[in-house]
Design a binder for this molecule. Sequence first.
Ligand code: HBI
Ligand code: FE
Length: 290
Amino acid sequence: MESPFTHVHDTPPPGVGADWTIPQNWDAFTADEHAMWDRLFARQSDMLPGRAADAFMRGIDVLRLEKPGIPDYRELNARLIDATGWRVVAVPGLVPDDVFFDHLANRRFPAGNFIRTPDQLDYLQEPDVFHDVFGHVPMLADPVFADYMVAYGKGGLRSLQFDALKQLARLYWYTVEFGLIREADGLRIYGAGIVSSFAESVFALDSDSPNRIGFDLARVMRTDYRIDDFQQNYFVVDSLDQLLGTTVNTDFAPLYAANDALPPIAIADLLPGDAIVTRGTQDYALAKSG
Ligand code: HBI
Ligand code: FE
């Protein structure tokens, strides 16, 4: 069983609950830590209008995330619970897959309770509070996306019985983390890995390099991805209803089996059946590899 992450411990460290949650301890964040949030927030919110999905921009608004400083979950959760019944809980970092899925299935989003330091402004291995709260939580204020994440958590728990974590992790990656959506005025980003990244917010929409492919559940679940650089593929949903509908109306057990009988799809490969939105040059990835 392969996790996209490498340093997940199996049992909670001392002082961490059995569900891996810890108190947010908001009062303990320093002025420098709040200032880091404000710096990241300003940089992203300047760029996101016209790039981020309507649902994401609405979430920022509904949750009053423009208030300076790392959000206090006592206030944030009051608004989030009102909107969709979701809440944010603090965790030390990555948590085991079963614990992660159980939180999602119960409308709890686990957020890393630390913030990056100035030397890690643009890239970090483990999700911090800026990625988790700024990136993920606005979409959780959208009722349709909120239900999708619950369905994903429930599916995740079942996938562990089917030994299908890898297939389900790809679905998370290409939707929740790096998804694009088609809106009236063009493509928009909704994936948390993009909206929380200064450079990828531009690259994902403007670069000629990556493929942009119409979302197809079975295809996505076979597609490898990279965790070390900009994506070489983005998958485009027509609506959040499409994403939720496909997920709840698909019987995943036969799909896992059918996909298991096929080879994985290499990162940048295009297939004859793909609904190609833009065919990428892959210039960026090729230049990097060298
Ligand atoms: N833990 N805190 C945290 N955040 C994640 O996104 C996360 C995790 N543990 C496991 C996990 N993700 C993966 O299983 C999913 O992305 C599939
Ligand atoms: Fe994330």
